[in-house]
Design a binder for this molecule. Structure first.
Ligand SMILES: C[S@@+](CC[C@H](N)C(=O)[O-])C[C@H]1O[C@@H](n2cnc3c(N)ncnc32)[C@H](O)[C@@H]1O
Length: 226
């Protein structure tokens, strides 16, 4: 009978996936900077920033952490609104692109499952199209990290591609090694987040150019989280 994977097995597998994702995104960074702006996402991001403005007394002191900052498009938009932004990513090329586009952003090469920040450092966490690269076995680690680094009652907004519950490596991707994706139904994703935070809203939409749908979840990490 096959033995159950140990914590060390999960860690090894996660590190292997992160290593491959970093290689993929290092290669993609120069093209990614020219990708068209997804208007649905921008709209939801801006509504989230409006919400933050109502709960943070002085925006200039509002600290926002972005997980998977990519080339810095969203970090730039958040900084433009007056917040102080910190971005993490696995790919150094993306961090360099972020610094170029949004020079006030503090950046760190790190994984969302192991954040190099002190407890209660941020007012909000924002993330687009990143948490779906973390397996459903490991995503609880990332959510617990959000709870740890957020101040009590801190808000988070996560955008992810959704689908039937599956962990898979793309059969045909643009660069080698192909990417790992963990797609989750709306129900699964909501319950994973609800184990760490109070879900305020889960909205979905289907971009015309895609067969998959996009999930946008806003949650409050209260005192019991982290
Ligand atoms: C699809 S891109 C999205 C980038 C950007 N947020 C956007 O929407 O344009 C995914 C990004 O997440 C980063 N990433 C993947 N897994 C990560 C992890 N565990 N921790 C931090 N960043 C990660 C990748 O390096 C990549 O930059």
């Amino acid at each position: 009978m096959a033995e159950e994977p140990t914590a060390a097995d999960y860690r090894r597998n996660r590190q292997r996936r992160e290593h491959d994702l970093a290689i993929f995104y290092e290669q993609q960074a120069p093209d990614r900077a020219n990708f068209p702006t997804p208007t649905d996402r921008d709209r939801h991001r801006d509504i989230f920033l409006d919400r933050l403005e109502t709960v943070i007394d002085n925006v200039a002191f509002g600290a926002v952490l972005e997980l998977g900052t990519g080339t810095g498009r969203d970090a730039h938009a958040v900084a433009q609104r007056g917040f102080s932004v910190t971005g993490i990513d696995l790919a150094k090329a993306n961090l360099a692109a972020t610094r170029k586009l949004a020079p006030t952003t503090a950046v760190a090469q790190a994984s969302a499952v192991e954040l190099p920040f002190a407890d209660r450092s941020f007012d909000a966490v924002l993330s687009f199209s990143t948490l779906m690269h973390i397996s459903s076995d490991d995503v609880a680690l990332a959510l617990a990290e959000c709870g740890r680094v957020l101040k009590p009652n801190g808000l988070a907004a996560f955008g992810t591609w959704g689908g039937a519950d599956t962990d898979k490596i793309l059969a045909d991707d643009h660069y080698d090694p192909p990417r790992f994706f963990s797609l989750r139904t709306d129900k699964t994703w909501r319950s994973l987040v609800a184990a760490h935070a109070s879900v305020i809203e889960l909205t979905t939409w289907k971009p015309a150019s895609s067969v998959d749908h996009y999930q946008w979840i806003i949650a409050r990490f209260n005192e019991r989280s982290g």
